[in-house]
Design a protein around this ligand. Sequence first.
Ligand code: SF4
Length: 343
Amino acid sequence: MKQDLKNFTQEQLREIFKTGGFAHYRAKQIFAWIYKRRVEDFESMTDLSKDAREFLKKNFFVSQLELQNKETSRDGTEKFLFGLDDGSAIETVLIPEGTRHTLCISSQVGCKFKCTFCMSGQGGLKRNLEVSEIINQYLYVVDLISPKEITNIVFMGVGEPLDNFENVLKAIKILMNSSGVSFVKRRICISTCGLIPEIKKLIELNLGVKLSISLHSADEDIRSKIMPVNKKYPLGELLPTLKAFSKKERYPVTFEYVLIKDLNTSKGDAIKLAKLLSGVRSKLNLIIYNASFLKYRPPPKEQIDIFTAELKKRGVFFTLRKSKGQDISAACGQLRAHWQKGA
Ligand code: SF4
């Protein structure tokens, strides 16, 4: 059976070609055709021998995503809905900000972690995305906006990227490969709810990618209520792991904290947050919840003021923002889908 060429790293292709009796550098040439020159027809890969092209035709195909829908927000954010072969659909979001173009990529169909504020988690996990399905989100959008470039990639779409570890890792290796896309490693960010064993694997691998944590509360009990994953991987164990990550990567960890009315915005919540972050090399992004989902509501201005004043008093630096693409239900972040109804 033919396999999707985009599911393979260059190292894997090298092995496959070697086994097929071809020179190992064929893998590098193929990477250049597909990921640099954006040529996907084997016959057009003119520096490959006829035999190598026949080998490719016999054993591989090159997949593409099918665009089902595209919406553009008033703030310029674009949301792409792609159809998959099994009838599932995934979303990818492009966020322009000045000269930056950040692509928010999905890693799974659904999610099993059931954070109470997140629509993606409500239906459970359908399946992991293939490597090719992750890569093709990037390739589709980069072709579309050319000659503009995607400057940043964030694994913050639907799904928990570290729960699809092997495929996300392969996709990142393909994106960073110098024969192809050659994406700058520090401009790739993995956003996670805090899967400690996989963060430890990232520490071992020392890939150079950034890490972002969906925090949303510095209180163990509250976090366990809204993010059940905290019962398995509590903050008390997560924080030392993040410190180790930051030390190894020599880069701060980003914390995402969505401000939700009467849930996590009191003066006491700010004090706990300041204490939690002390001693961790970190960046803090506060995001104002501005939708209505189940019992969750946007915080009034007074709550935001009290919370942020306490952080400032304690010397905690932060950015405060609203989500992008609200009018097209494309708010990015692990919380992206909770802005939607029926996502
Ligand atoms: S916030 Fe992230 S980890 Fe939690 S349910 Fe949603 S997609 Fe899954």
